[in-house]
Design a protein. Structure first.
Length: 130
């Protein structure tokens, strides 16, 4: 068994990200909004909105444009994004978790989303800050 397999952690990527009240959120024009309240508004009726999930946040972080990325790194990120996109539960190695933690702040600059995702990826991170 490889070292990566031993340190892999499983995540349910269908898990919705929530606001401080525990309500699912979505992004509208780059702003975090309550999902249920947003889809009820007529001005958003034509938008194909969905709750923001671990899956969508991971895939967004992995596939965002980045300067000076190597072909190998681009392929690696694309393959990981495909794996996450196709599965409801995904095992991530310690290296993949570190990569996602590095990329998340580039994709989401709001502490509501960023803090939540980092807490899910690395629950021990809170102890390092406290």
């Amino acid at each position: 068994m490889s070292n990566d397999t031993k340190t892999a952690k499983e995540f349910d990527v269908t898990q919705a990200l929530v606001d401080l009240e525990g309500d699912a959120v979505t992004l509208v024009n780059g702003r975090v909004q309550k999902y249920e309240a947003t889809i009820a508004r007529p001005e958003f009726a034509e938008l194909d909105l969905a709750p923001l999930t671990l899956r969508s946040s991971f895939v967004t972080a992995l596939l965002q444009a980045e300067r000076d990325i190597s072909a190998e790194e681009g392929l690696s990120r694309h393959m990981l994004a495909q794996k996450i996109y196709k599965q409801d539960k995904v095992s991530l190695t310690a290296e993949q978790i570190v990569l996602l933690k590095k990329l998340m702040p580039k994709a989401y600059n709001t502490p509501l989303l960023l803090g939540q995702v980092i807490d899910i990826l690395d629950p021990a991170a809170k102890e390092k800050i406290s």
